[in-house]
Design a protein. Structure first.
Length: 49
């Protein structure tokens, strides 16, 4: 995915609206890294969201 190209069939990945909003201008690797950090943070928290 390359955000500088815009919406083209070869440059789109389906995802939910929340994930699409979270990704915004991050690269794919930056987004995945961020999601992993969120997952790690919540795996250590003993509460229900």
């Amino acid at each position: 995915m390359d955000n500088s190209i815009g919406y083209e069939v070869d440059n789109c990945v389906p995802c939910c609206g929340r994930c699409n909003w979270m990704k915004r201008d991050l690269t794919k690797d930056q987004f995945i890294n961020h999601v992993h950090k969120i997952s790690e943070m919540f795996s250590t928290v003993n509460s229900v969201i």
